[in-house]
Design a protein around this ligand. Structure first.
Ligand code: WT7
Length: 635
């Protein structure tokens, strides 16, 4: 029996039990047999959730890029590692082999060194979904620099906050980006950000759109001429298993984004092992995850997990609707994609369109379908299963988070029987717990509570960059000795988990994790606004959309409301990015508050969802009269 590739349900249960009873032995075997280390660990893991302190494979030395690149050169050097499908279907796809990828990563690594980037330095990567994005990530890892990828849909202010938070000394970007019919001036956005980022010493610019852009003398460099001058050999830096590999920002309940820090040894082991099993990857498969590398899904399941397994991983620059709603299926047919991993919001958007867009393409290559990012509703699940999976490709509904680094709860295809809307069973080594409001664990089946994890796993984030106290408070202070996820979940009669959604101030819109506080901060900066509150409400395609309740200052009272709405959304676009724009904005005389001054979001959520029959007891509010007036004018 190979522990690495799980083939039967009995095997899953056996391994799961082993991973709980003898976690050291279990993980040691996986780590030993399937990865290359330069030096062995002294201890498999160590943990103390009260601090929290977690370390995996301590004392071991490795470089993750040797596991993702070098070790494949002899076995599959001419196999495609990255298959790049451009935004415009008329532009040719690129097939980058393991040998070529290795050479390109080494070259860029040498450029980084030449520019003065050293082990431990932070490099911000702000690029569209072009091969250079994956190459930049790997080049940083090659020399031990910590990459911080910022999704190229974030605004200049959001970018600047992230650059400054972790003191990046370099930014890698492109002249522009293509997404659907739209071209974006990425370099212009970077220039704006850098006005408030004195720590950035150099900017490397990839040529993509050939737009004419400003190049700051002494700071900005076109990447290609630098690459032309350096060698394609670069020794991999020897890293400790616990050295930070990357920082990735996620939104939180206060305005400041949280820079989640991931380390290299445990992250590598867990993302590779989950990738292999949850997508049942086999040599010669073509795996496609439609996420952007700007999110954790792309880090773990476009770059590191697939490459550590020697897979062919597709990178798609475009959007599902361009040039038409058949694009995903066109790409699947063209490249004979075998595993397809996307978000419920994309499925819902495509399900609204004619089935002709699906039927025009041969989807017979597909073997496994995946979904991630938010709960998948029953209707979308069936549409995906019937029309894309033809009732024969299992759907893996994978629950996890930026903080968890890898997939935590998911079926294993052809092993775990699936049930629509259920993420089913914990992956090997993952020990979930459901907690009640009093802090007691709910034992047995058919219970619903708050989802926690009670034992460490190799790819968990180690801290929040520069703020370990916040790491403790956010995730480890709610329940003693538990990692609290922020999600609610239920466990059904057979022990399957279903994620019911966030129980905190995070709202998931089109699979993007948005905190209410940063959006409210952005709105409140508008000169006509005195206060605001954001809540989510159900939306057909986006899953949730944002509803803003806004109190105007006196100066705003006489202004045209539609113009104000536009300005508020413009304000949000500038501070965060278009993904955080409000669907509805209602101007209100006041916000329902508790006597201690806390906004009662529960009431606002009900109003936004048009579910005001049962508001519960509002008599304890400081200002109960305001509720009726908000309901009267609700949009
Ligand atoms: C939150 C994490 C990790 C991948 C992308 C999102 C929600 C994620 C599922 C799922 C129900 C899900 C949770 C989670 N979520 N996957 N399969 N079913 N909800 O990463 O931005 O860190 O968001 O996404 O609410 O806490 P993220």
């Amino acid at each position: 029996m190979s522990n690495y590739h799980i083939k039967h349900l009995e095997e899953y249960f056996q391994l799961y039990r082993k991973s709980v009873r003898e976690p050291e032995n279990f993980w040691e075997e996986i780590a030993e047999e399937h990865f290359v280390w330069k030096k062995r660990w002294e201890r498999v893991f160590r943990w103390d959730f009260t601090k929290p302190e977690v370390a995996w494979f301590e004392g071991a030395k490795l470089n993750i890029t040797e596991n993702c690149l070098d070790r494949h050169l002899y076995v599959r050097g001419n196999k495609t590692a990255i298959l790049f499908e451009p935004n415009d279907p008329k532009e040719e796809a690129q097939y980058i082999t393991y040998k070529q990828l290795h050479a390109r990563v080494c070259k860029l690594a040498n450029v980084l060194k030449e520019q003065g980037v050293q082990k431990g330095d932070r490099v911000c990567i702000y690029l569209p979904m072009i091969p250079e994005l994956a190459i930049s990530v790997l080049a940083c890892a090659r020399i031990g620099a910590i990459h911080s990828v910022v999704f190229a849909g974030f605004s200049s202010q959001a970018l600047a906050t992230r650059i400054n938070d972790c003191d990046c000394k370099m930014v890698i970007t492109s002249d522009g980006s293509y997404r659907g019919a739209k071209t974006t001036d990425l370099k212009g956005i970077v220039d704006q950000s850098l006005e408030s980022c004195p720590g950035v010493k150099s900017v490397l610019v990839v040529k993509r759109t050939a737009a004419s852009i400003h190049m700051e003398k002494g700071r900005d460099h076109w990447l290609q001429p630098l690459l032309d001058k350096v060698s394609d050999v670069c020794a991999a830096e020897v890293m400790d298993a616990e050295d930070p590999l990357f920082i990735l920002y996620t939104s939180g309940s206060t305005g400041k984004p949280k820079g989640m820090v991931h380390s290299s040894g445990g992250y590598m082991v867990f993302t590779a092992y989950t990738f292999k099993n949850i997508f049942r990857y086999q040599e010669n498969d073509v795996y496609w995850c439609t996420a952007d590398i700007g999110w954790i899904t792309g880090h773990s399941y476009i770059v590191y997990g697939p490459l550590a397994n020697g897979a062919t991983t597709v990178m798609f620059e475009g959007v599902p609707s361009y040039p038409d709603y058949g694009r995903f299926w066109d790409v699947v047919a063209k490249h004979k994609v075998t595993q397809f991993y996307t978000a419920p919001t994309a499925i819902r958007a495509l399900a609204k369109e004619s089935l002709d867009f699906v039927d025009a393409h041969d989807l017979s290559s597909l073997k496994v379908l995946g979904t991630v990012g938010e709960p998948i509703n029953e209707e979308a699940w069936h549409w995906y299963n019937n029309n894309i999976g033809r009732n024969k490709s299992p759907i893996v509904d994978t629950w996890w988070q930026t903080e968890t680094g890898g997939i935590m709860i998911s079926p294993i295809p052809f092993v775990t029987p699936t049930t629509p809307t259920y993420a089913t069973l914990p992956f090997i080594g993952i020990q979930p717990a459901l907690m009640d409001e009093q802090g007691e664990e709910l034992m047995g089946n058919q219970v619903e509570g708050r989802l926690c994890i009670k034992f460490p796993w190799p790819s968990m984030a180690r801290t929040i960059w520069g703020d370990h106290k916040r790491y403790y408070e956010t995730y480890f202070s709610t329940y003693k000795n538990m990692y609290f996820t922020g999600d609610g979940a239920l466990r059904n009669a057979v022990g399957y988990y279903r994620i019911t959604g966030r129980v905190d101030d995070v709202i998931i819109v089109s699979g993007h994790n948005l905190g209410t506080a940063p959006i409210e901060d952005a709105i409140n900066e508008h000169p006509a606004v005195s206060e605001s509150a954001i809540v989510g409400f159900p939306h057909d395609i986006k899953g949730n959309a944002l509803y803003g309740f806004v109190i105007l200052k006196e100066v705003g009272e006489s202004r045209d409301r539609d113009n104000l709405r536009k300005e508020i959304n413009q304000q949000i676009t500038e501070h965060i990015g278009p993904i955080a724009k409000l669907e509805k904005i209602q101007f209100v005389p006041g916000l329902p508050k508790t006597r201690s001054g806390k906004i009662m979001r529960r009431i606002l959520r009900k109003i936004a969802s048009q579910d005001t029959d049962n508001l519960g007891d509002i008599s304890t509010l400081l200002n109960p009269e305001v509720v009726a007036s908000i309901i009267k004018d609700a949009l």
